[in-house]
Design a protein. Sequence first.
Lengths: 262, 252
Amino acid sequence: MTDSAIRLDDITHRHTPGAEPALDGISLRVDPGETIALLGPSGAGKTTLMALIDGRLRNWSGAARVLDEPLSSLRAPSGAARAEIGFIFQEFALIDRATVRQNVLNGRLGRTNAFSAFFGRFSAADTYAADRAMADAGISTLADRRADSLSGGQRQRVAIARCLAQEPRVILADEPVSNLDPARAADILTLITDAARQRGATVIFSSHQPDLARRFAARIIGLRDGRILFDRPAGQVTDDDTDKLYRDAPAPQGDGALRLVV
Amino acid sequence: MRTSDRTSLAAGIIIAAAVLWAGITSDMSAERLASSGGRIADFLGRMMPPDPSVMPEIWKGTAETLRIAVLGTLGAVILSVPFGLMASARLSPGWLSRPARFILALIRAIPLILVAMLMVGAVGLGPLPGVIAIAFHATGMLAKFYAEAIDGVAPAPIEAMESAGAGPMLRLRYAIWPQMAPVIARDTIFRFELNLRESLILGIVGAGGIGFYIQTYVRSFQYDKAASVTIAVALMVVIIEGVNALLRRRLS
């Protein structure tokens, strides 16, 4: 089958050899344009699974294809392949001293001519994609502000706009609303899912809030201890399903599943 | 007696012994100490009024001090790039970064005036030994700062750009450089300020600059001229500090 956006077969990964698996035999198919929530307690493997799809995870077993490109357990995908997958980082990962516009244009670096971009020149297509992304994220008026002068909520919108400017076919959002009050959480998820729908992109977001997952995703995948507990249309996910995810779950210890390493 | 009490007692005995030893052995009789107040007052009186006729020498000395500081800082920057890269814990393996850091600490431990005296011995009088001494001495601090600037770059934005498909050159240009450049600029300006201040005295050991005139006038008892030069030096330091404070604020 070649028309899946994502196809994973029996993926297993351990952060360190001999440790409990962080991903334990995950198999999964995602069609283009789907909106999926990954639900589960901290340490369930949500971030690790998304890092795998983003091409950042090494040392796993199984078979994985993303947008018809096979992923390698040994090395990162090509820049062109990575540009097709957008990732909204939980900590935003902005350049503090750069302007909002430059931070959003940074999302174009995998798409644009590298030589021109090195000398600070971006194409009309880049500028258009960045302007549209900033407008969708509601930050057009902040374009010339430095990122470190923004509030936390505004910074998150910059991170989302950077991802949208990338024009990815798959958008991965790691805990986009974990620290937000319910009204803001709904705003952010509306922004991400609407923008993705307009662009025909597949969305996977992780969360540990079942009500938000039901409201914004068409399909919910419940993860616990690196295994898929259930995978159903959002309307068929029962309270019993979500209870199983969290029952006797250890207390959250920060979503430390994947540490940034250089 | 508790351990902390014993420590305090031992510290008190050591300090008292040090003061006693220095006072008894340093040939400072009570009469000499008492009369020195009058002598200092007399000395200061002979400095007044400062002699303004030395303005040409002041300009010449100031220009030379500035030249030594600029060229010395340039030399330090050129040396600090490779040493900074070597001393970076992130870029270099431990077998390289640890010895590099140790060497930089050793360089920092040698006072500038000592380096300048050695360089005067090696290459002769004039501004050249001053430039070499400044470049050598300042590298000890600047290369350490550069290494810290490299190690202080946040990895998350680099990873985010890699995830968006940016190649290594673009990551360097848009993720690493914007984080590093302001830190490096600020450190270099700070080191330039220190170099200028420290090079004011280099002339005393014959390594060029305005310090030469202070030494000349004091040795030849022309205290009014020495006073003019001293005022010029103080003014220069105040101006440098003001300019640098402005620059640093813009880079924060």
